[in-house]
Design a protein around this ligand. Sequence first.
Ligand code: ZN
Ligand code: FE
Length: 242
Amino acid sequence: MTLTVKPIAILDDNYAWFLRDEATGMTAVMDAAVVEPIADFIAAEGGRLDWLLITHHHGDHIAGIAELAARTGAKVAGNAADARRLPKLDVAVKPGDLFQFGKSEARIIDTPGHTRGHISWYFANGEALFCGDTLFAAGCGRLLEGNAEEMYASLAKLAVLPDETRVYCGHEYTLSNVRFALSVEPENLPLQAFGELAKSLREKGEPTLPTTLATEHAINPFLHARDVAHFAAMRSAKDSFR
Ligand code: ZN
Ligand code: FE
C-alpha cells in the first residue's frame, strides 16, 4: 500500500480527505471546502501540501481552495469541462486521464448526475475511490443537475471497480441513508449489521467511512436497482423520505 488517507471532518457533515503517497511524501486534500481546519490539519501532518483536488463545483467541496492554494503554493486539479465554475486550475483533468500523484496514480472517471461536471478519482488496485457526492455508504447523491439515467450510468461505472476498493465519500450521510435503505430492504441482514456498526461508530464520534465496494454491493439499494426507471423511483422516494 502506498497511499495513506485520513478524514478531515468539516462543516456539518462533509469530509475533506487528506492523501499522502508514502513512497514520495507527496500530499493532497480532496474537496477542501474550508481553510483553517484544513491548514491546521496539514500543519499537524508536517506542513506539506502539494495538491488540492476537486470532485465537483459545489461550495461545500471547493470554498477553501483558492485561499489554501495562495497560502501553501499547492496546485489545483479538477475537471476541465467544469473549469469555468471551479477555482483556477493548474491542471485541468479529463475523464480517462491518469493523474500522477507521487508513485501513486489516479484514473479520472466521469460521474455526472449530482452535477454535470462531477468526476471521481480512482487509485488503482482498489486502494481508494474518491467519489464526492456520487456514491455514498448505503446511498447515492441527489440529482441536482443530472438526470436518473446519468446517475445510474455513473454508479454502474463505479460498481465494476474491484470489490476491495475503499470508497471515500464526500459526506457523513450514512445513518440517514441506512434508515431509507432499510425501508427498501428490511430483510437485508448485511444492511442491518452495517447499520448497527455505523450507529456505534457515530456514537463514538468516528466516521463510518471509508466503505468498500463489496459492502456497498451487499447493502446499497441504489446498486440493486433493476433498471433506470427503478433507480429513478428509488431516488425520488429518498428525496421525500423522512
Ligand atoms: Zn455536492
Ligand atoms: Fe456535497
